[in-house]
Design a binder for this molecule. Structure first.
Ligand code: PRT
Ligand code: ZN
Length: 306
């Protein structure tokens, strides 16, 4: 009921817009839950200003040709497939489970989790054949079904919509297939993770038939998302180095092209500025210190245009 009502509200608004206004991107994000905060933060970091409020279903961007729709995550793939929304952010787990026909534009690197099979802690689990003929409780019947089929295992899938982890305790199933992040929920319900069947993170998806004007807006948005993501992956680094060690130190930090080197007031020393990949950070810092670098400053980068 609720879903149909949302859809007709959005659809009516869209037809009015398309008759009277220029084209804008409609972007569906989760209203409240594990994807919301990071989804909102991403667009804000892209410089897009819009209001967020508990009672809001839609919110226009004030400085970009876009409008945000706040939805349950389960509804997002369908809304994007139907074209009610042009873009959406959703977990890959939900996207693949619902099997909607949309384009995956970009992996976003947040809301990382996995879909795993788990069994009671005391089970002497050897391999997936344990599940042959068993009952498995899950909210992901399609993903689980595909996995079981790939392993040629026949099991009974009990689809339940929440609190999957209590199923073994109440005698409903011998195993569960649920989303795991820290593993704490499984642990506190006396379960252990035995097979990871799917790895997930938030993804940006789009409708397959965007107009040329919307494609252009998407390209503009992607340019900004790439700059935000690149900035998150790198740090700006400043350090002082004795001139006779410069070459060795510069080889450790090649930077985007080559580092900036400036003479210091102190005779025989230079200041080196560059960028460093966050993932290689500690290893490189150690190597630079060993090579004679001093006064190392590491600064976050706000945006990075490659
Ligand atoms: O109301 P709405 O339908 O929009 O939200 P929802 O309640 O269906 O989804 P939500 O907000 O819980 O999760 C949205 C998406 O976040 C999921 O589809 C995943 O892609 C991703 N995500 C990341 C997670 C988790 N981490 C997660 N830990 N989704 C769910 N969990 C749950 C899991 O179901 C289990 O109950 O957290 C528990 C396990 O967490 P750990 O840390 O104890 O292992
Ligand atoms: Zn949901």
């Amino acid at each position: 009921m609720k879903k149909a009502c949302y859809k007709s509200t959005f659809a009516a608004k869209i037809s009015i817009n398309s008759m009277t206004e220029k084209e804008i991107l409609r972007i569906a994000i989760q209203k409240s839950g594990r994807l919301s905060e990071d989804s909102i933060a991403l667009f804000k970091e892209c410089g897009i200003k819009f209001d967020v409020g508990k009672s809001k279903l839609m919110s226009p961007a004030r400085n970009f040709d876009a409008e945000f729709l706040f939805l349950r995550d389960d509804d997002i793939p369908g809304y994007v497939e139907d074209g009610v929304a042009d873009l959406g952010i959703v977990g890959k787990n939900v996207l693949v489970e619902y099997g909607k026909d949309v384009s995956v534009i970009k992996e976003l690197g947040f809301s990382k989790c996995r879909l795993s099979l788990a069994v009671p802690r005391e089970i002497d689990y050897q391999d997936a054949t344990y599940f042959e003929g068993k009952n498995i409780a899950t909210s992901y019947p399609n993903l689980l079904g595909q996995y079981l089929q790939s392993k040629n295992i026949k099991a009974h899938i009990h689809e339940i919509s929440g609190s999957v982890e209590i199923a073994p305790g109440i005698g409903l199933a011998e195993g569960v297939c649920d989303i795991v992040s820290s593993g704490g929920t499984l642990l506190s319900n006396g379960l252990k993770e035995v097979e990871v069947i799917f790895k997930s993170e938030a993804v940006l998806v789009s409708n397959k038939k965007l107009s040329a004007a919307k494609e252009e807006l998407l390209a503009k948005l992607l340019f900004r998302i790439n700059a935000v993501q690149a900035a998150q992956a790198y740090k700006y680094i400043l350090l002082n180095a004795p001139n006779d060690k410069l070459e060795e130190i510069i080889n450790i930090i090649p930077g985007m092209k080559s580092p900036t080197v400036m003479p210091l007031a102190k005779e025989g020393w230079s200041s080196v500025h560059s960028v460093l990949k966050e993932s290689d950070f500690w290893e490189n810092i150690e190597a630079m210190r060993k090579a004679g670098a001093e006064g190392i400053l590491v600064i976050p980068i706000e945006k990075m245009i490659l």
